[in-house]
Design a protein around this ligand. Structure first.
Ligand code: G16
Length: 539
């Protein structure tokens, strides 16, 4: 019944910012997914008889890999697998199930905001018992196993029917198929004032981008909160996301943006990504950057029942703007600056040191789960709008008038030759010490360094987490290579300029950042190294 299958290692199974992400064709190589899953299972201590959660964002290959993962879990001693019906679980819903069902961990099958389909991307991520992405020491151990693997174990059984709710047995292990939405929707209802949101008479448009949040948003927004039918657009998860990038930004959610800038705009516009952990927030006639959204949510969170007693602290990734820092200072609570990657928030949340976390990459979340959570951010915004009776624009303008404004943009150079990208980063690293005092594009450099993080809970150190150049007056540019791409390198250049209270708070972001963008090119030689005159995506 249990087969041991011989295999040989693949050399490219190093987990990135958020799990192993590769082209579908890579995952389709013989034993490729099995090698990785077996390597994960071998580092899960205490898996004998334990519960494992499995689900994914429904992209191409999801069902096939779930079938393998279930049969491998049975062969590796797990006692129970809980899987979302149809193989569906949004990333925050999976995190919640791991916690609420006291599972030892979970496999989340997703490549997040990356496109899906036979020629696009797939991914496998392992989350640990707190519901959060495996920390670096676990992903390092997984990588080590992938390099030495010589066999994997799998139950030689029929595929389990994952479309019917209920329990079945496979090789002595129970497989429980659950409604992917119900427990998560209940959790959201416990955090927010659904009655107030329902009664506020707001209108909204939610773009699920043909990805996993469709069923969640339909249940919560249309059924439980009473928004009119059709509020959720592109609400059916498709294996290829309808051929689009399920990435909620101004490029890929352009239709929503155009609607929100038009005369027909509803009060509130939002979108989420492939696996439901990212969010995009657009008010009528105003886009809210993810960094600002974090700051505005933190400043107003006490208006929602779950956060009525205030926040313990705020955490943000280093490239995220300092807007949240000013809120933390005003609330007199600590602010933690971590490397990019949600996994770095887990220890702070577990230790009760922070309540809200966020990243420039369209992620915000709280201690209710251990992942960022797209619909959570949407619901907190709705709760704030309902409680204040103000528009998104009013909330934003009042926020800037109180705290000042961090103009912010990220410039992405995608599919850059890896060697050229490395050369850019290495070259800049070598010159960091010489930069302070220099004047570039009219800006004087105050400091320059490479970000390293010491986790205050366990002392673990993460080095080489981005190069930062700080200018006099609080502006800065950060350079880093993405850890989530699947072809070539993506250079991310994060631009930020602070305008204090009483300053120019209603200007065009591009214009306010133009001199910093020029300085960034001069400092790092972006055009020289990449051959690109301008970024592929600006968010
Ligand atoms: C993942 C991580 C985030 C990170 C983002 C961007 O998001 O969970 O913490 O900010 O990648 O990472 P990078 O800049 O390395 O591409 P997701 O939504 O893709 O899982």
């Amino acid at each position: 019944m249990i087969e041991t299958v011989s295999t040989t290692p693949y050399g490219d199974q190093k987990p990135g910012t958020s799990g192993l992400r590769k082209k579908v064709k890579v995952f389709q190589q013989p034993h490729y997914a099995e090698n990785f899953i077996q390597s994960v299972f071998e580092v899960v201590e205490g898996r004998e008889g334990a519960t494992l959660i499995i689900g994914g964002d429904g992209r191409y290959l999801n069902r096939e890999v779930i079938d393998k993962a279930i049969r491998m879990a049975a062969a590796n001693g797990f006692g129970r697998v809980i899987v979302g019906r149809g193989g569906i679980l949004s990333t925050p819903a999976a995190s919640h199930l791991i916690r609420s069902r006291e599972a030892i961990g979970g496999l989340i099958l997703s490549a997040s905001h990356n496109p899906g389909g036979p020629n696009e991307d797939f991914g496998i991520k392992y989350n640990v018992a707190n519901g959060g992405p495996a920390p670096e020491k676990v992903t390092d151990a997984i990588l080590e196993r992938t390099r030495a693997i010589d066999s994997y174990r799998i139950a030689d059984a029929e595929a389990v029917d994952i479309d019917a709710i209920g329990e079945t047995e496979i090789a002595g292990m129970t497989v429980e198929v659950v409604d992917p939405v119900a427990a998560y929707a209940d959790l959201m209802q416990s955090l927010f004032d659904f009655t107030a949101i329902r009664g506020a008479g707001l209108t909204m448009a939610f773009d699920a981008m043909s990805a996993v949040t469709g069923p969640y948003a339909t249940e919560i927004l249309e059924r439980r909160l009473g928004f009119e039918q059709g509020t959720v657009r592109n609400g059916t998860p498709l294996e290829d996301f309808g051929g689009h990038h399920p990435d909620p930004n101004l490029v890929h959610a352009r239709t929503l943006y155009d609607l929100m800038m038009s005369a027909d705009a509803p009060d509130f516009g939002a979108a989420s990504d492939g696996d439901g952990d990212r969010n995009l927030i657009i008010g009528r006639d105003i886009f809210i950057t993810p960094s600002d959204s974090l700051a505005m949510l933190a400043a107003n969170a006490h208006l929602a029942p779950a956060y009525a007693d205030g926040l313990r602290g705020i955490a943000r990734s280093m490239p995220t703007s300092a807007a949240a820092d000013r809120v933390a200072a005003a609330l007199n609570i600590p602010l933690f600056e971590t490397p990019t990657g949600w996994k770095f928030f887990g220890n702070l949340l577990d230790a009760g040191m922070v309540t809200i976390c966020g990243e420039e990459s369209a992620g915000t979340g709280s201690d209710h789960v251990r992942e960022k959570d797209g619909l959570w951010a949407v619901l907190l915004w709705l709760n704030i709008l309902a409680a204040t009776g103000k528009s998104v624009k009013q909330i934003a303008e009042e926020h800037w008038a109180r705290f000042g404004r961090n103009y912010y943009a990220r410039h992405d150079y995608e599919g850059v030759d890896s060697a050229a990208a490395e050369a850019l980063v290495d070259g800049l690293r070598d010159r960091l010490a010489d930069l302070p005092g220099q004047e570039i594009a009219g800006l004087r450099i105050e400091a320059a360094d490479e970000f390293a993080y010491v986790d205050p809970t366990d002392g673990s150190i993460s080095r080489q987490q981005g190069l930062r150049v700080l200018f006099e007056g609080g502006s800065r540019v950060v350079f880093r290579l993405s850890g989530t791409g699947t072809s070539g390198a993506t250079l991310r250049v994060y631009l930020e300029r602070y305008e204090p209270v009483g300053g120019r708070l209603d200007q065009d972001t591009g214009e306010m950042l133009a001199d910093i963008a020029r300085a960034a090119d001069e400092i790092a030689g972006i055009t020289r190294h990449t051959g690109r005159a301008r970024p592929d995506v600006i968010t």
